[in-house]
Design a protein around this ligand. Structure first.
Ligand code: ME8
Length: 479
């Protein structure tokens, strides 16, 4: 039986247009999904949009739209951008969809009856008095502020005093600590695990409903309240599977990999596992957290106006090159400054010259000299290369996985430079040089499939033929 692999991205807020930060997480998920499918995994890849809360309602009002109209529009924009990046998600969940809302209500009814490990009610009514940042849709403590402002949004938080229902997180502290320490929820990279453990010491019960919010799902047992947008949003990973009434969730849950950046670490490593434990469900296996992109050292955001639209890159470089440029630039998990100014140079050296030129030269020589080849056409043919590549993939080192392939391409270039087959007259001699190089190209192309699916498909078709022929230019140089 093939191994199931359930992978998720965060569901993105519709108040912001998709930018390369969202695109990065989604491309990484796509690469992992495609890689598992290629290895005969049974994959379910989920992404979607987070559409409730004051922030979204305010964004809609600012452009004179109803919240639902606004959500429909921006959610469709996310879907279109993902299509444009050749994202192979199996489902797209929206928190304003009927299927999601219905199941969130069921989740709340289950939580209402649930007991903590200490036998107390998980949900209780209380009053929240404190700070709230609408930009983050997050409750803040004084300690988290910088100069009295939210460090992410650089705005002063609102002072709130309202009736809320709370989740008794304090009763889960010990069990959460144990599970995180023992890697039962494997938080990657380890520095994020340590951050989660440090945060755990300071957390308190959290609100699961809001009194003063208008755009949201009604709390089933108190209609004066809306479900807090974060609990609504986290539930998506279950509602998309049809939890609790559709048995489909039994096939896919728990998630194998949940991807995100560190901005939402607390919600996913502490709140979310506690909610799952309260529901009696198992915990996600891996929570993989990447760094926050900056653009020239500045946080990328709508308010700062420096966000890059992935479509801009696709238009300039093409889909596969955009995916390559974003994933090869830095290690997953590190803080990363996107240096878009370096993209043209990288495109020309690694794609136009590196891969593109090699494919063109070798195919041209084979066609011109009418040399047939007989190449092995399977993923595992070059065990050494595949193993080295897989080791990097298993550790989320996508930039290094790509480098493994490019190292091989450079070695091919060196062979050609050294042997100069274009000067050779004897067909057998030419074949002796070119056939192994063509095999390397084919093996690299097979492994490249999760990153650059269309390019991989073209090269595999081209080099899979008995008589290899020169094809179209894969990556025309950019000036
Ligand atoms: O937080 N660099 O949605 P969101 C890298 N709706 N990644 C970035 C990024 C950047 N500058 N900006 C955004 C939410 N991302 C909630 C999530 S999930 C149940 C609810 C990516 O639209 C990254 O994956 O603010 C980050 O975690 C996510 O977008 C936040 O998206």
């Amino acid at each position: 039986m093939s191994k199931k692999f359930y992978i998720t991205t965060p569901i993105y807020y519709v108040n912001d247009k998709p930018h390369i930060g969202h695109a990065y997480t989604t491309i990484v998920a796509d690469v992992l999904a495609r890689w598992h499918r290629q290895n005969k995994g049974d994959v379910f890849f989920l992404t979607g949009t987070d559409e409730h809360g004051t922030k979204v309602a305010e964004s809609a009002a600012a452009v004179g739209k109803t919240p639902q109209e606004f959500c429909d529009e921006i959610s469709a924009l996310f879907e279109a951008k993902w299509k444009n990046l050749n994202i192979s998600n199996d489902d797209f969940i929206r928190t304003t969809s009927a299927r999601h809302k219905k199941r969130v209500i069921e989740i709340f009814n289950l939580l209402k009856d649930a007991k903590t490990p200490q036998g107390r009610e998980v949900i209780y009514q209380g009053e929240y008095k404190g700070l709230y940042c609408t930009g983050c849709e997050k409750f803040l403590t004084e300690k988290e502020l910088v100069d009295g402002k939210c460090p992410d949004h650089k705005t002063a938080p609102a002072e709130l005093k309202e009736k809320n229902y709370f989740f008794r997180l304090s009763d889960y502290k010990d069990i959460l600590r144990k599970k995180i320490e023992k890697d039962e929820i494997n938080i990657f990279p380890v520095k994020r695990k340590n951050e989660a453990l440090a945060m755990l010491e300071f957390i308190d019960d959290f609100s699961v409903s809001r009194e003063t919010v208008k755009w949201g799902i009604d709390l089933p047992f108190d209609k004066s309240q809306k479900i807090y947008v974060w609990v609504d949003a986290l539930s998506n990973y279950l509602t998309a599977l049809g939890y609790p009434d559709d048995k489909n969730y039994k096939k896919w849950w728990p998630a194998d990999v949940q991807l995100m950046a560190q901005d939402i670490l607390k919600f996913h490593t502490l709140y979310w596992p506690a909610i799952l434990m309260a529901l009696g469900l198992s915990l996600p296996k891996n929570i993989c957290i990447h760094g926050f992109f900056t653009i020239n050292g500045e946080k990328m955001s709508k308010s700062l106006g420096n966000a890059i639209d992935p479509d801009e890159l696709v238009e300039k470089y093409g889909v596969d090159a955009t995916r390559y440029l974003l994933l090869s630039q830095f290690a997953f998990g590190e803080e990363a400054d996107v240096q878009v100014a370096r993209f043209p140079e990288k495109f020309n050296s690694n794609l136009a010259n590196g891969l593109g030129n090699l494919v063109a030269r070798v195919s041209n020589l084979l066609e011109k000299n009418k040399i047939p080849t007989d190449l092995r056409h399977d993923y595992n043919h070059d065990r050494k290369l595949t193993k080295e590549f897989e080791e990097k993939m298993e550790n989320y080192k996508f930039n290094e996985a790509l480098e493994v392939l490019w190292k091989r391409l450079r070695a091919c270039d060196e062979i050609l430079t050294k042997t100069e087959p274009w000067k050779m007259k004897n067909k057998e001699e030419i074949k002796k040089v070119l056939e192994p190089v063509a095999q390397d190209i084919l093996s690299v192309a097979e492994l490249l499939q999760p990153f650059m699916p269309a390019t991989s498909e073209k090269i595999v078709a081209q080099f899979g033929a008995k008589q290899i022929k020169k094809g179209e230019t894969l990556f025309p140089r950019i000036s």
